[in-house]
Design a protein around this ligand. Structure first.
Ligand code: BG6
Length: 512
């Protein structure tokens, strides 16, 4: 292998012993994501030298029962199989269960007793509280932790941090209220707001790629870029999450967080350093430069859609309105396409197209940077529209990698030109090491590095953008043009959105 690896980060951050308390420990997230992530961190030798994980939930059960349940779940959800019995037994010895109601002060006294039973003082005072409950309970939990003297805002013993799952509020006002509740008893620097996209290798690579290579960054601006397309498409429907989705819709579920985060990383200015605050400053600046939508622009820039019955991979799928816990006349969007402009020096006039949806033909996330066409002489004059513009595609998932599309001569006696591609693939280059996003995020939370978490002003700015879109809909019902059949690429209006400027969506790349 050529070249040197330059390590910035995780090796520097080996962590102190700590205890992790998961509120809402009976939920899906704990079994599917959190415990498998902790298990793999152990497997990779990345957990602190001593740690404890305490599950806090209402259902009565013993430590042993909880461990058994988690083992069954791990067999199902672990990314490496089979689960290593020896490793699991060591790991499971660190798992404890604390039964209690989040509103009951006595439950926190029991939690404190449990923590106090640990010999190592660091296990009693270095505490990561993972809030995986209903958001409406966050405020109470934090207040109770404060009252039980388990959470210290001012300097206390050890460190305490709060990890907050999405959705972080449902609009700007509720996000502000939640932020106020959180920071009543904790400093902003103690709060880790999760967006699991930031834990993905390929999403982290956006900044690495942009700022460790000179050749592309030179072109990363309005002079060279024609437009940018960000696609996060999903082949699944809402499944059994109809109840949640009725409140969220694609705008709140995907755009407010994952899509705007990817957009910010793709388009932000270089940070002054790799410190968390420098990176987050740039992301906030970028989000603030997104041009607010006027009423006149709204129809030209925002498209929503909802799936009706169709087929995906040859299998019949129900319409959204027929899904469990969905109102039969629901107007919730399962698809969104947006055309956004970033009003800053670098990007003025360059359209950024974003789209996301459920029951689309494939599951794929990618960013396509499409460069300006060549001048209309030589080949362009001859080939016209057939001459493909150059494009760089960051394949976020699956087939993680990067592809560059450019034109080359077709071998032979004639002067044929056609697009060809160069592919970089993570698997081929680094082997199949694909840690789950949660592994990275949990490690960062334990290490106290805020880079991959969303800052208060960031989440509020994102809500401001999303609220302005919701306001544009004014509670209007969906029109016929806003429906799409499951298994297709969304409503026609999404194609028209790009066609107005002579653009067209590109299907996500499938690398064979
Ligand atoms: C979650 C959304 O945040 O992200 C889901 O709530 C969505 O609706 C999921 O399916 C997509 O994540 P990923 O990692 O599968 O792309």
């Amino acid at each position: 292998m050529e070249g040197q690896v330059c390590n910035i980060g995780i090796e520097r951050k080996l962590t102190e012993p700590c205890s992790i308390v998961i509120f809402g420990a009976s939920g899906d997230l704990t079994a599917r994501k959190l415990i498998p992530a902790f298990y793999h961190l152990c497997k990779d030798g990345l957990m602190p030298p001593a740690f404890r994980i305490i599950g806090f939930a209402r259902r009565e059960k013993s430590d042993e029962t909880w461990r058994k349940e988690l083992r069954v779940a791990l067999d199902q959800f672990s990314r490496t199989k089979p689960v290593d019995d020896g490793l699991w037994n060591n790991f499971a010895g660190n798992l404890f269960y604390c039964v209690g109601n989040v509103t009951d002060a006595a439950a926190y006294a029991k939690l404190e007793q449990k923590l106090n039973s640990f010999q190592n003082p660091k296990l009693r005072h270095n505490l990561l509280f993972y809030l995986a409950t209903q958001p409406s309970q966050f405020g109470q939990i934090i207040e109770q932790l404060h009252n039980a003297r388990l959470l210290h805002k001012e300097v206390g013993e050890g460190w305490q941090r709060l990890v907050i799952e999405k959705p972080f509020g449902h609009d700007l006002a509720s996000a502000k209220t939640l932020n106020n509740e959180l920071t009543r008893f904790a400093h902003e620097r103690q709060v880790c707001r999760i967006d699991h996209y930031l834990g993905k290798e390929t999403v982290q690579n956006i900044l690495m790629f942009r700022f460790s290579n000179s050749i592309f960054e030179e072109l990363w601006n309005r002079e060279s870029v024609d437009h940018v397309q960000i696609t996060v498409s999903e082949k699944l429907g809402v499944g059994d999450r109809g109840g949640y989705y009725e409140e969220a819709g694609a705008l709140r579920d995907m755009v407010q967080n994952h899509m705007l985060q990817v957009l910010a990383l793709v388009s932000m200015e270089p940070p002054v350093s790799l410190e968390a605050e420098s990176i987050r400053d740039e992301k906030v600046k970028l989000l603030k430069s997104i041009r607010p939508l006027t009423a006149a622009d709204f129809a030209k820039q925002i498209v929503r859609g909802q799936y009706f019955a169709g087929t995906v991979d040859g299998q019949p799928r129900p319409g959204y309105r027929q899904e469990a816990k969905v109102k039969p006349d629901s107007n919730v969007e399962t698809y969104m396409a947006l055309k956004l402009f970033i009003d800053n020096w670098r990007w003025s006039g360059v359209p950024f197209y974003l789209r996301t949806g459920k029951y689309l033909p494939m599951s794929a996330s990618e960013v396509r940077i499409q460069f300006r066409p060549t001048p209309n002489v030589l080949f362009a004059a001859e080939c016209g529209k057939k001459l493909d513009p150059n494009a760089l595609t960051l394949r976020l998932q699956p087939n993680e990698g990067i592809s560059l599309r450019f034109n080359g001569k077709v071998p032979g006696m004639s002067l044929g030109v056609r697009p060809v591609r160069m592919h970089f693939s993570y698997d081929a280059e680094f082997g199949a090491y694909t840690p789950e996003a949660y592994e990275r995020l949990l490690l960062e939370a334990i290490a106290g590095d805020a880079t991959l978490f969303i800052r208060r002003d960031e989440v509020e700015t994102a809500w401001q953008i999303v609220d302005s879109i919701r306001d544009g809909w004014h509670g209007k019902p969906l029109t016929n043009r806003e429906f799409y059949a499951a298994g297709t690429w969304g409503p026609m209006a999404a194609d028209e959105l790009l066609a107005q400027s002579g653009h067209a969506w590109h299907e996500p790349l499938v690398i064979k």
